[in-house]
Design a protein. Structure first.
Length: 115
């Protein structure tokens, strides 16, 4: 292919555009929040990104573990049966179960924090 050198250039440009767009819209959002009349406590709650993301590491850990469990189970089934058609299905089922479990764990964490 004569245009293989374009791949890193395009990836660099797209990554930069995504970062610049994120920063631009975040600053616009904060400007619009500051334009309204809020008290200092309300502004702190609105602009504090950490308060909205409780349990993200727990959710990511559960998803990663369920993905690994799905791959392991799929590989074992592949070795036992000799058919690798089941591997993606087992992985999707394991990740789906991981999403459901992480939802309930996050709800439990949020309920515990609210008390």
């Amino acid at each position: 292919m004569p245009f293989e050198f374009m791949i890193p250039i395009v990836m660099f440009i797209v990554t930069g555009a995504v970062i610049i767009t994120f920063l631009f819209f975040r600053s616009r959002e904060r400007e619009m929040i500051l334009a309204k009349d809020y008290t200092a406590e309300e502004l702190i709650l609105l602009l504090n990104p950490g308060s909205k993301k409780k349990g993200v590491l727990v959710v990511l850990g559960i998803l990663t573990a369920s993905f690994g469990f799905g791959m392991l189970t799929g590989t074992i089934v592949d070795k036992l049966t000799g058919e690798n058609d089941y591997v993606p299905f087992i992985m999707f089922i394991a990740v789906g179960i991981g999403l459901i479990v992480s939802f309930y764990v996050r709800e439990k964490l949020n309920k515990k924090e609210g008390e």
